[in-house]
Structure formats: structure tokens, C-alpha cells
Design a protein around this ligand. Structure first.
Ligand SMILES: [Zn+2]
Ligand SMILES: [Zn+2]
Length: 354
């Protein structure tokens, strides 16, 4: 099968002919229909996350060559001898956050918290959807996407799930008008659709790019504000009656942290959820955290249980799907570059011609 693999961090992916996996036991082989290109692919490819100034957190490649792609939507083509409950030809989204299955967090339905040294995450530790076929270890990781278009379905496995998990941890109340989402990029747009479906909230959306803000406004944001606007904090104060109650930051940079910290006004009990991994460092005014009883928390993807809840919303047709640009897998290098340089509006996926 054809695969586009990272062979060296930062260097172009190589198109290679590799052996098509054969499923054994509980395993299922999916033929990749479409695979979302997520911003974390840029970090995995580069081999690090930025910790501010010169500091970098390395993301070592755990294998000699890796086909990235953790947002896989595929068709079942072959199953291991122990698999009984699945039909060949049916299409599924694969949950990619696969742990060792043995440790305490894995046994507590938090496989996504398993040690990075033991995970077998699809497209991160083992070959993913930049290859023509993907091996999934068990049918419990497969989810029906109902009538979701092929090109969007896979994006629920990482960006959709991350957005859903972040919203669940943001202390939201139905219909609230004091919620701010930072980023009108792919993740921000998915979050906007999910927050509408799950919480009946039309949030305020912040971004640095007016074109992306227009997409967010069209997608139902109550208000959009450019982060360069000098009066941004004043505007947020007015729109939220004195300060935000929840801010969900899908950028996660020094600048967005500083900006978000000012959005709560003097309101107590606010929740700031950091999701994005653009990176950097920050100074925190400690008494402001204490006096406002503010929660600052990180969110890393989502659990298998949360995936089940999200995919139920998808299957029931509750979530309005965002548009996703389709590109052939042979453009993987160019697509990663475009994503890195902020040249992609909305979401993009790679497709294979089998
Ligand atoms: Zn991702
Ligand atoms: Zn584990």
C-alpha cells in the first residue's frame, strides 16, 4: 500500500510502498477514505512543541518511519478471526488515542492519559491515515458517523473530540452569553458547531484573521472580534455584562493567555481552558487567580466515553457539519506547509485514490 511517511523531523514526507497490514485477533483493517490534517501533525512532523524563547519540548519519532494521520475515516475491508460484530464495507471513524490497556488510567477509561512511552496512538505512534490502510486494534474504537460527509467525519476523532472535551470542562450552562472561544481556525469552527448543538450557546469568537472571523460569524458566532482591536477587553466586558465566565483557548500562545486573563473582569469562578499548542510562556499575576477563584486548566484530546457521547450527537444529526477541503494524499507536504503558515481557512483532509 502507498503511504506518505515522516522519515526525518522537519524534512519532506516520503511517498513509499509499504506492506498492507493483516488484521489478527480483535483487529480491524480500514481502507482510508479521508484523513483530517490536524495542526498537531505540524508539531509531530517538526518534532517539537515550542516552550517559549528558545525552549522546545521534543516529540521524538517512536518509529523509523511514520505515516501520520490520526483523524481517520475508513471502510472495513478485513477483520481478525475474533471479530464477530462488524460488517465488511461499513464506514467508521477510528478513535486514535489508544493506550496500553493495562495501567490504572487505561483501566479508568482514560486511555488518552496513558504514558507517552506506552501509547499506541494511531498516526502518532503507529501508521495512520496518511497510508492507504489503517489497522485498528479493536472494534470498540470504531464509531458510526451517520450521515456526516466523508471528508468531515474523521475530524471528529481529534479536533471534534478535543473541542467537545474542552467544552465539557469549561463549566458551561445552557444558553449562556458569556462564553468566549479563541480561534476561528479548524478547531474553533468545530467547537462553535458543537457548542451550539450541545449547549445552545452562540459564543463570542476571537481571532487575529478577519477572513477566519467571517467564517465564524457565518457559522453562527454571536460576535466576532479581531484580537488586534485596541478595545477588545472593553467590548468583551460589554457583551458579557462585566466579564466572561468561560474562555476556551484553541490557540494556546503567550499572547492568547495574556488576552484571556483580561477577559474575566472581576467576575469570580471563571474557567479558562487551554487547548491549543502554539506555545510560549507567560507571567501570571497570582493574586488575580486567587481573588477571582479562577480555574485554569489544560485539555488533551478526549476519552473513549466522550468520543461515544460526541459521535451520538453526530449520528443523531444534531451537529451542523463544517465544510472541509479535500486534497489528494500526494499533496501531504504542501498541505502541512499551508497549515503551518496559516494559509488554510477552515478544515482540510487528505483522500487516497485506491
Ligand atoms: Zn489532532
Ligand atoms: Zn495505559
Amino acid at each position: 500500500m502507498k503511504a506518505y511517511q515522516v522519515v526525518e523531523n522537519g524534512k519532506p514526507l516520503k511517498e513509499r510502498e509499504i506492506e498492507k497490514p493483516v488484521p489478527k485477533g480483535n483487529q480491524v483493517l480500514l481502507k482510508t477514505i479521508a484523513c483530517g490534517v490536524c495542526h498537531s501533525d505540524v508539531h509531530i512532523h517538526e518534532g517539537y512543541f515550542s516552550l517559549g524563547e528558545e525552549a522546545k519540548l521534543p516529540v521524538p519519532l517512536m518509529t523509523d518511519a511514520l505515516a501520520m494521520g490520526h483523524e481517520v475515516y475508513g471502510e472495513v475491508v478485513e477483520v481478525g478471526e475474533s471479530v464477530k460484530d462488524i460488517n465488511i464495507g461499513k464506514k467508521y471513524v477510528a478513535y486514535p488515542w489508544i493506550g496500553c490497556g493495562e495501567c490504572p488510567v487505561c483501566k479508568d477509561d482514560k486511555e488518552h492519559y496513558c504514558s507517552p512511552l506506552s501509547t499506541k496512538n494511531i498516526g502518532i505512534n503507529v501508521d495512520g491515515g496518511y497510508a492507504e490502510y489503517v489497522l485498528v486494534p479493536d472494534t470498540k474504537y470504531l464509531f458510526d458517523a451517520g450521515d456526516a460527509p466523508d471528508e468531515v467525519a474523521g475530524s471528529y476523532a481529534c479536533r471534534g473530540l478535543t473541542a467537545y472535551s474542552a467544552l465539557k470542562k469549561a463549566n458551561l450552562k445552557k444558553g449562556q452569553k458569556s462564553v468566549v472561544i479563541i480561534s476561528a481556525g479548524g478547531l474553533g469552527l468545530l467547537a462553535l458547531k458543537i457548542i451550539q448543538a450541545a449547549y445552545e450557546i452562540n459564543p463570542i469568537v476571537i481571532d487575529i484573521d478577519d477572513e477566519k472571523l467571517k467564517l465564524a460569524k457565518d457559522a453562527g458566532a454571536a460576535e466576532v472580534i479581531n484580537s488586534n482591536d485596541e478595545n477588545i477587553i472593553e467590548k468583551i466586558n460589554q457583551l458579557t455584562d462585566g466579564g466572561a465566565t468561560s474562555v476556551i483557548d484553541f490557540v494556546g500562545a503567550s499572547a492568547t493567555f495574556d488576552l484571556a486573563s483580561g477577559m474575566f473582569g472581576m467576575k469570580r469562578g471563571g474557567t479558562y481552558v487551554i487547548v491549543g499548542l502554539i506555545g510560549g510562556q507567560t507571567n501570571l499575576q497570582l493574586p488575580m487567580t486567587t481573588l477571582t477563584a479562577r480555574t485554569i486548566r489544560g485539555v488533551y484530546v478526549g476519552s473513549l466515553k466522550e468520543m461515544g457521547e460526541l459521535m451520538q450527537l453526530v449520528k443523531d444529526g444534531k451537529i451542523e457539519h463544517v465544510d472541509v477541503e479535500k486534497r489528494p494524499a500526494s499533496t501531504a507536504n504542501e498541505t502541512l506547509n499551508d497549515l503551518k503558515n496559516g494559509k488554510i481557512n477552515g478544515l482540510v483532509c487528505l483522500t487516497h485514490d485506491h
